[in-house]
Write a protein that binds this ligand. Structure first.
Ligand code: CTP
Length: 319
């Protein structure tokens, strides 16, 4: 039976996390860690029973037409119509079709990356996944530059680009999109109705300025499938974070998976303060019980997989 040992727990998210960095101790990067290929393959096989990253990474052109009605995943009573722009940007074939990589990096956005010096190591991986259009240029030493896939929750447009209120912000976003240089831009467009206009703005910008990116819009079933997989492994997540979604997808096309910038705690292993994001001033309260995410619980599961050699977590400095 394909079963993965992930020691999740059903306890609710702990609000005071000041002590958690001690509980979650991870060996420094230089310490011995060995990839467990057998386990990685077993996990890939098990996840394939719930979803197929090659298909679920994006809805394809052939399956929708302009005007089709879609019910939002989290707001089932709200609907959207597939616009002409969205239709134009749907890929004809999966951007991951027949793709296979020896090593992949998934870069989370925790401030633990600051002063990590991990940039060079991250850039050596065959495929690099980043989250939420996080900036790289100014942080290259710690986070690297290579980007093969980057996610963009619609809320990023509000948080990092001031909802494109004026030409300056539109230009900033445009520059960031141009800098992607042909990589995959993954936009969860069908999650919540709040993102409707923001997704449309970005789509319009891409088409109008002929931005070179491979757009992808995750399938309607992806989120529930990912949640289902982790629930089966007793990891009771409410709504998987972008980082966990990326790990789950990556198991399909990456032999070895390296995680950086996953650290949802305000103190590091030496009890020094850690920013929530490496690049902005968002605070930890953001992941409190009000948030749909249960990041510390996810972290516990990822740590367990790290200890078993199924993935490698780096939460300190790179060698
Ligand atoms: N992450 C982490 N620790 C942090 C911040 C982020 O482990 N302190 C990981 C999470 O897996 C997260 C990913 O890095 O999903 C990307 O960060 P962010 O952009 O904040 O992710 P989202 O999950 O999309 O968060 P939100 O729903 O708030 O947009």
């Amino acid at each position: 039976r394909a079963e993965v040992v992930v020691n999740g727990s059903s306890s609710p998210a702990v609000v005071d996390r000041s002590n958690e960095s001690i509980k979650h101790h991870i060996q420094p990067a230089s310490a011995k860690w060995r990839h467990n290929q057998t386990l990685s393959l077993r996990i890939r096989k098990h996840i394939l029973k719930f979803l197929d990253a090659e298909k679920d990474i994006s809805v394809l052109k052939g399956t929708l037409k302009p005007g089709d009605i879609i019910h939002y995943i989290f707001d089932r009573d709200s609907t959207m119509n597939v616009s002409q722009n969205l239709y134009e940007l749907l890929p004809r074939t999966s951007p991951l079709k027949n793709k296979h990589f020896r090593t992949c990096a998934i870069v989370g956005n925790s401030g633990v990356l600051l002063n990590s010096g991990c940039g060079q190591e991250i850039d050596t991986h065959s495929f690099v996944i980043r989250c939420n259009l996080a900036p790289v240029q100014e942080y290259a030493r710690d986070v690297g530059l290579k980007t093969d896939l980057v996610t963009m929750n619609p809320s990023v447009i509000q948080r990092a680009f001031e909802d494109l209120v004026n030409a300056t912000w539109r230009e900033k976003l445009l520059q960031r999109l141009h800098s992607l240089n042909g990589s995959i831009l993954w936009i969860p467009a069908f999650m919540a109705r709040g993102g409707k206009e923001r997704v449309e703005w970005v789509n319009e910008l891409i088409l109008k300025h002929r931005v070179s990116v491979q757009t992808a819009y995750p399938s309607l079933r992806l989120l529930h499938a990912v949640r289902g997989y982790w629930l089966t492994n007793k990891v009771h997540i409410k709504r998987p974070t972008t980082g966990l979604l990326m790990y789950t997808l990556a198991t399909r096309f990456c032999d070895q998976i390296y995680l950086y910038g996953f650290w949802p705690f305000p103190l590091d292993q030496n009890q020094n303060p850690v920013k929530y994001h490496y690049y902005d001033s968002l605070k930890y309260g953001y992941t409190s019980q009000a948030s749909p995410h249960t990041m510390p619980l996810e972290f516990k599961a990822l740590k367990s997989l790290h200890e078993q050699g199924a993935l490698k977590l780096t939460v300190g400095q790179c060698d």
